[in-house]
Design a protein around this ligand. Structure first.
Ligand code: C2E
Ligand code: CA
Ligand code: CA
Ligand code: CA
Length: 270
């Protein structure tokens, strides 16, 4: 019994700390929006000729209380605490505002991808919000792509499909993010209307590591091509990876090798 107690006292404080931080993060989100602690970074995507074809919008949070918090940490917490929709709306609005600013400065239209959470796409009112922001900030619908993961389809396929079909009918593109990571089901590929398949970083990481993983990646690219999808590989860090992917017909590459996420200001200062 005594031993049982002491093992408890070993584990509890850590769990408490963890829960405390999660709670603090969840409770800080509303103020983060209110006091403009969020910002957007843009990461370039390049085509086979290695010229920029678009950007992915990635949220950043510099909190007064917590310092820099990674989206990999706070997005899942926002999802679990029912606060993701407010973040998604903030991201959409900010991206539209910034695109409106840039359109005045740049001649070439840039393609921008926005991440949606699986929780967002249950809410059809969000489609109306997106439409409203596009009109308010003169955004060309065709210049926006939405990235969703397969988990978006897991809970309720019909609801997800309706939401994303509405976005496609507006002229936006849809990308399936993190393909091959987690609970992939090839079944979705036959049922959903997609424009782009984003091959998860883990496949890119494993290129040239083993013959088998290289073959799997090659097969995913081949399959996507047969399905007439654009293929984007994420997390490209080395020349060898880029060469392999381009040789095998990958249309878009994204990764630190080509471009790190940067603020709009940093991008315009190049
Ligand atoms: P993701 O959508 O898969 O985004 C790609 C992540 O990989 C980004 O991390 C990006 O900075 C990072 N990355 C890009 N190239 C490389 C590379 O060459 N090497 C390595 N090691 N990493 C690379 P980030 O910005 O920390 O975002 C993490 C995740 O948080 C995203 O993964 C996405 O799931 C989520 N997220 C970020 N912004 C948003 C947002 O606005 N809304 C939603 N719902 N989720 C977001
Ligand atoms: Ca993404
Ligand atoms: Ca991804
Ligand atoms: Ca990811």
């Amino acid at each position: 019994k005594l031993a049982g107690r002491s093992t408890h006292t070993v584990f509890v404080p850590e769990m408490m700390e963890d829960n405390k931080r999660r709670l603090l993060i969840a409770n800080s989100i509303a103020n983060a929006i209110k006091f403009s602690e969020f910002s957007i970074h843009y990461q370039g995507k390049v085509g086979a000729d290695e010229k920029i074809v678009g950007y992915e919008a990635l949220i950043r949070w510099k909190s007064d209380v917590l310092g820099l918090v990674s989206p990999a940490e706070f997005i899942p917490i926002a999802e679990q605490s029912g606060k993701i929709l407010s973040i998604t709306k903030w991201v959409i609005k900010r991206v539209c505002q910034e695109l409106d600013q840039v359109q005045g400065l740049q001649k070439n239209e840039v393609m921008v991808s926005v991440n949606l959470s699986a929780h967002d796409i249950k809410n059809t009112a969000l489609v109306d919000y997106i439409r409203k922001m596009f009109v308010r900030y003169n955004v060309n619908n065709a210049s926006i792509e939405f990235e969703v993961t397969e988990s978006a389809y897991l809970e309720n396929f019909d609801v997800a499909n309706l939401f994303l079909t509405q976005l496609r009918e507006m002229g936006c593109s849809i990308a399936l993010d993190d393909f091959g990571a987690g609970y992939s089901s090839l079944g979705y590929l036959t049922q959903i209307e997609l424009n782009t398949l984003k091959i998860d970083k883990q496949f890119v990481d494993n290129l040239n590591v083993s013959k088998r993983s290289t073959l799997v990646t090659k097969t995913i690219i081949e399959m996507a091509k047969q399905l007439n999808l654009q293929i984007c590989a994420e997390g490209v860090e080395t020349r060898e990876q880029a060469e392999f992917l381009i040789e095998n017909g990958c249309h878009q590459l994204q990764g630190y090798l080509f471009s790190k996420p940067k603020s709009l200001l940093e991008m315009l200062n190049i």
